[in-house]
Design a protein around this ligand. Structure first.
Ligand code: PMV
Length: 322
C-alpha cells in the first residue's frame, strides 16, 4: 500500500519560464509555432500542513483561481488541497507573458508528485499542467505548457490533438527578454483577433497561412544556425502581429530600441497587448539589455537550447521534516 506523506513533508520542483519565438496567435488557427524554455523560471515548494490546520475555503486567503488550481492538482495525487501550502520563487516577472502560469502548473504537478511519492509520467504531467493553465487563461492552444514541460526548444502544431517535437539547435541562442510592465491577459488579444477574423475570414486566413510560412522559414534558419535569417523572420512576424492589433506603442518602442542597439530581430512574445518582447542578440545581449533599461524597462539576457534547462526541470527533491 502507498504510504501517504506525513504532515510537515515538503517537496520542491523547478519549472522553466518560456518564450514563444515564432507563431503566437496563428498557432490557435492550426499554424505551427516555435517555443522555448528559458534558463530561468519558477521553483514551486509544497508543504503538507497537519489535518487540524486545514484551511477553510473562506479563510484561505488564496485567490480563487490559485485555490481551484491547488485543489484540482492535489486531488489527482490523493492529497487534500486544503492542507497543501504552496510557495513560489521566481526569477522571471510573473504575469508578463513568459509562461509563469504554465510553469506554476508544471512545477506544482512535479512537486506534488514528489510529495505524494507518485510522480506522473511526462505526458500525464503535461496534461494536468494544461488543465491548470486553462483555469488561468481559459482554453489555450497548449503551446506554453508544452514548451515549459519540454525544457527545450519545440515545434508545436495543433490540429485536433496537439503535436509537439523537440528542435535541435545548431547552437544555443542568446536572447534579450524585455518586460513592458503593461498589464496583459492572454484571452483579451486572442478574442480581439478572433473578432477581426470573423469579420474578414478570407483575408485573415490568408495572413495566418503566410505567418505559418514565416514560422517554417524561421525554424529552418534556427536549425542551420542562421541568426540573420532568423532575425529577419522575427521582424516580419512582428509586422504581422502589429497588423493583427496585438502589439502596443510601448512594445513597438522597445522593439525599435532593441533593433537600434544591434539586435538581429525583435518581436513581442506571447499574446501581446502588453507583456514581454524578445530580441535576438547573439554577442550583443549586454548592449541590447542596456538600451531597454535606458528606456526604463526591465530586461534580462537568456539563452535557449542549452541542455541544462531540461536537466534542471527533471530535478525534484523531497525532504521529510516530520
Ligand atoms: O499566454 P501567452 O501570452 O504566452 O500567449 C499564448 C499564445 C497565444 O498564441 C496568443 C494563445 C494560445 O493559446 O496559443
Amino acid at each position: 500500500m502507498r504510504r501517504l506523506p506525513v504532515h510537515g513533508a515538503t517537496a520542491s520542483a523547478f519549472a522553466p519560464a518560456k518564450v514563444i519565438l515564432l507563431g503566437e496567435h496563428t498557432v490557435v488557427y492550426g499554424e505551427p509555432a516555435v517555443a522555448a524554455a528559458l534558463d530561468r523560471g519558477l521553483r514551486v515548494t509544497v508543504t503538507l500542513a497537519a489535518a487540524a490546520e486545514r484551511e477553510p475555503r473562506e479563510q484561505s486567503g488564496r485567490d480563487e483561481r490559485e485555490r481551484a488550481v491547488v485543489e484540482l492538482a492535489a486531488a489527482r495525487f490523493g492529497l487534500d488541497g486544503a492542507r497543501v501550502r504552496v510557495e513560489v520563487q521566481s526569477d522571471v516577472p510573473m504575469g508578463a507573458g513568459l509562461g509563469s502560469s504554465a510553469a506554476l502548473g508544471v512545477g506544482l504537478v512535479r512537486a506534488l508528485g514528489a510529495l505524494a511519492r507518485r510522480p506522473l509520467a511526462a505526458a500525464q504531467a503535461a496534461a494536468l499542467a494544461a488543465e491548470i493553465d486553462c483555469v488561468f487563461h481559459g482554453q489555450a492552444s497548449g503551446v506554453d505548457v508544452a514548451a515549459v514541460a519540454s525544457g527545450g526548444v519545440i515545434w508545436f502544431e495543433r490540429f485536433g490533438e496537439p503535436q509537439c517535437a523537440p528542435i535541435a539547435l545548431a547552437q544555443p541562442l542568446e536572447l534579450v527578454v524585455g518586460s513592458s510592465g503593461e498589464p496583459r491577459s492572454t484571452a483579451g488579444p486572442v478574442a480581439r483577433l478572433r473578432a477581426r477574423r470573423e469579420a474578414q475570414p478570407r483575408i485573415y486566413d490568408a495572413t495566418f497561412r503566410l505567418a505559418g510560412e514565416l514560422v517554417r522559414a524561421g525554424r529552418d534558419a534556427l536549425v542551420r544556425g542562421d541568426a540573420e535569417a532568423l532575425g529577419a523572420t522575427m521582424d516580419a512576424l512582428q509586422g504581422v502581429l502589429n497588423g493583427f492589433g496585438v502589439s502596443t506603442p510601448t512594445l513597438e518602442r522597445m522593439i525599435h530600441a532593441a533593433r537600434s542597439a544591434g539586435a538581429l530581430g525583435a518581436k513581442l512574445t506571447g499574446a501581446g497587448g502588453g507583456g514581454a518582447m524578445i530580441a535576438l542578440a547573439p554577442g550583443r545581449t549586454a548592449e541590447v539589455a542596456a538600451a531597454l533599461r535606458a528606456e526604463g524597462f526591465d530586461a534580462f539576457a537568456a539563452t535557449i537550447g542549452r541542455a541544462a534547462a531540461a536537466e534542471e526541470v527533471d530535478h525534484a527533491r523531497i525532504e521529510r521534516r516530520a
